[in-house]
Design a protein around this ligand. Structure first.
Ligand SMILES: NC(=O)c1ccc[n+]([C@@H]2O[C@H](COP(=O)([O-])OP(=O)(O)OC[C@H]3O[C@@H](n4cnc5c(N)ncnc54)[C@H](OP(=O)(O)O)[C@@H]3O)[C@@H](O)[C@H]2O)c1
Length: 296
């Protein structure tokens, strides 16, 4: 029986290096992305390091909840029809937007960073439970620290600042991760978060150079803020993937759940706000409303 892993946004950046690490650990890896040529190149690279040489690419735009449902359905039915367990799901997709935009009427960073991984996870829970012991790894970010902690609606009040909106969506996802870990206790499905620290990737290269992404207060300090961004995102994606690889494979974490693996690839205390049960409840309400398990 093969041990299989799914890595979303796994054809470049931190996701590709996560997939390489999982393949080297013996997993048959499915990487998800939008661009099939890039997907094919990623599969060649992954097969070159993995003893199983059984990587594959599945196309899906994870900014579309309809495509997430189709993807989940495909993965679930393939596993139901085979003897192979789904052992690891790494929800690695993430995005930051300099300008506010909507996807099907919902602010985009909340969709990509939280609703999309939430929906994929919920739809794959029966498959992950059947494959237990299994692990869900949700990729978080230090940006949770700059989030407006208001979750009455899908968006906080006030003007749009991409970095803070990104941090808020990641905070929602971290609260969901810790909440889900409690919900799944005793099922054999562990739920972990992994903080990559920072890396030079398309995401960071494309957005962290624009002062519009931070609040006016931080904009006054822009040269300092920009230098901090540059320093914290100058490293390689191969290093930033280590927390996700560790969360997915480290035998010392076997049976542990609700753990946050920090940028040094070892467990750290979760960001305090994400442990607040009121925040988790508000996030659950928003998630169920804006990402129903069946298409509305
Ligand atoms: N980089 C950092 O410094 C940093 C720091 C903290 C946390 N993180 C988190 O780490 C994770 C990975 O970050 P990264 O910097 O490696 O991101 P990235 O540079 O945007 O990752 C590129 C990968 O994402 C895929 N992708 C992008 N949008 C997609 C979509 N809508 N649907 C499907 N695939 C999509 C791309 O494939 P296609 O273009 O072919 O779709 C490619 O495989 C994210 O969750 C991010 O928030 C990153």
């Amino acid at each position: 029986m093969k041990r299989t892993a799914v890595v979303t946004a796994g054809t470049a950046g931190i996701g590709l290096h996560t997939a390489l690490g999982l393949a080297a650990a013996g997993f048959s890896v499915t990487v998800v992305g939008r661009d099939s040529e890039r997907g094919a190149r990623a599969v060649d690279r992954i097969d070159a390091v993995g003893p199983a040489a059984s990587a594959r690419f599945v196309a899906a735009d994870l900014a579309s909840l309809d495509e997430v449902r189709v993807l989940a359905d495909r993965i679930a039915s393939e596993h139901a029809a085979s003897a192979d367990a789904l052992t690891v799901l790494v929800n690695n997709v993430g995005a930051m937007f300099p300008e506010r935009r909507e996807l099907d009427g919902v602010e985009a960073s909340f969709v990509v960073n939280h609703l999309s991984p939430y929906l994929l996870t919920e739809l794959l829970l029966p498959t992950l439970t059947a494959g237990a012991p299994s692990r869900i790894v949700n990729v978080t970010s230090g940006a949770v620290g700059v989030a407006k902690r208001v979750f009455d609606g899908v968006e906080p009040p006030g003007d749009y600042y991409g970095f803070h909106w990104y941090g808020r969506a990641k905070l929602a996802n971290l609260a969901y991760t810790l909440d889900l870990a409690k919900r799944l206790e005793g099922t054999g499905v562990s739920v972990l978060a992994a903080d990559p620290g920072g890396a030079a990737t398309e995401m960071t290269n494309g957005t962290l150079t624009d002062p519009k992404i931070v609040s006016p207060a931080l904009r006054l300090l822009w040269p300092l803020v920009r230098r901090k961004f540059e320093r914290s995102t100058s490293g390689p994606a191969s290093v930033a993937a280590k927390p996700s690889i560790s969360a997915a494979t480290d035998s010392a974490l076997a049976g542990r759940t609700g753990v946050v693996v920090g940028a040094q690839a070892s467990p750290v205390a979760p960001f305090r706000a994400a442990t607040d049960p009121r925040l988790a409840k508000a996030v659950r309400r928003l998630s169920e409303h804006y990402a129903p398990l069946s298409a509305p």
